[in-house]
Design a protein around this ligand. Structure first.
Ligand code: G3P
Length: 217
């Protein structure tokens, strides 16, 4: 399972990339706004920090302007993945861009039939939003299960990128279903490594080690 981080904060990205556990980055217009930095500059900088795909979202809603913006974005670096909304114009632009060899992440997916369309449009990644599904009383993981089943039925190569991840249980469930990728905020990425028994056990080991009076090396 690939781990992407969902942020435009370069300090967080650099810190997580240094662990060797980070396979890519996803951003969206809200995260760019939160970073307080110019869109193209921050995307270019992120692309220099990680080797894997960096999703950067266009904001045009019509086909022609989506392609115009995508052309600017994809020239920033080889690892840019153009993010397009799941609309008919977005799907049309997806087909065009992927046929030219550009990676595309189709975002704002809330149904399995939308995900089917994205796969048919040749999307590199489909981003179903599990947390926002949970927010309105549906189980976001049911959507991931349905997409996994459909993609496997037809051997679609579009990767399922579980987005809108809010906590470690989302990551656990996505991994059990066999999602290809998950993208989570930095705090959730860090929370994956945490366990109170790990902390307590380490504390005990260090206390006992101190009593030995030994040092290593
Ligand atoms: O980047 C898309 C997605 O991960 C957004 O998550 O928490 O704003 O629903 P959230």
């Amino acid at each position: 399972m690939k781990f992407f981080v969902d942020t435009a904060d370069v300090a967080d990205i650099a810190e997580l990339a240094a662990t060797g556990l980070l396979d890519g980055v996803t951003t969206n217009p809200s995260l760019i706004h939160k970073s307080g930095r110019p869109f193209l500059a921050v995307v270019k900088e992120i692309c220099g920090i990680v080797d894997g795909p960096v999703s950067a979202e266009v904001v045009a809603t019509d086909y022609e302007n989506m392609l115009r913006e995508a052309d600017i974005v994809r020239k920033l670096a080889d690892n840019v993945c153009v993010k397009l909304p799941l609309t008919m114009d977005g799907l049309k632009a997806c087909r065009k861009l992927t046929s030219e060899g550009t990676m595309v992440n189709v975002t704002l997916c809330f149904s399995a039939t939308q995900a089917l369309l994205a796969a048919k449009a040749g999307a590199t990644f489909i981003s179903p939003f599990v947390g926002r599904h949970d927010d309105v009383g549906f189980n976001g993981m049911d959507l991931i299960e349905d997409i996994r089943l459909i993609y496997d039925n037809y051997d679609f190569t579009t990767e399922i990128l579980v987005a809108s991840v809010r906590h470690p249980v989302h990551v656990l469930e996505a991994a059990k279903i066999g999602a290809d990728v998950m993208t989570a905020p930095p705090a959730v990425m860090r929370a994956l490594a945490k366990h109170p028994l790990t902390d307590r056990g380490l504390e005990q080991f260090l206390a006992d080690w101190a009593k030995t009076g030994e040092t290593i090396g």
